[in-house]
Ligand binder design. Sequence first.
Ligand code: GLP
Length: 248
Amino acid sequence: MRVIVVKDQDALGKASADLVESVMKTKAHFALGLATGTTPIPLYKELIRRNKEEELDFSTTITFNLDEYVGLEPTHDQSYRYFMNAQLFDHININKKCTHVPNGIAQDIEVECLAYEEMMEDVGGVDLQVLGIGSNGHIGFNEPGTSLASRTHMTDLTESTIKDNSRLFDKIDDVPTKAVTMGIGTVLDAENVVLLANGANKAAAVKAAIEGPVSALCPASSLQLHPSTTFVVTEDCASELTVLTEKM
Ligand code: GLP
């Protein structure tokens, strides 16, 4: 596991874009796993900049997002499909048909979950998965206690996640209570994983993920078992780490 400590959000965007670009350049058809939340926004800004100014080409990239709220239409401004279009897909030369976000309004969510797994398998798996982390250590919407072997599934959100995410909704009652998410096992199948974390409120979760025991109680700690994982964290977020880290 590599841990890169960066000064601020701009540096986080650049360091993580470098990691994405370095894997992208080795693949004729790049399968990129994506995350929502505020943390990856600097990465998406930097990818857009490189697309416009440095001709970083997304025409053969296929994407798979980690998760989606159950019950929100893709046009709802808090749906993850809406977020991805607004923050990335609308600004780069990607074929929208090659961008996948789980369908949170599918009639049969179980069938949707199986189909999502199959789509990833059909392209030979995800080459690089981008992750954020919840303040309770969740990845995607895999809340504490989720099986480390889990696959794409529907899940209940914990009270702490509903509270954390309510800042983006008008009121807490508007936050969906369920989501579809890739499982932890699904995430661990990606060839490379890059986890981004920013802010002092994530310091405890980052410490538990990197230096704590591997445990379903901290889903991000499962990445200790992954052969190619890089954490890119801002200085304030790395404040509780005691192991050797790279500074950029
Ligand atoms: C949501 C998403 C996660 C994300 C987390 C953190 O719960 N499902 O994938 O990592 O939010 O969001 P933020 O980066 O805004 O702190």
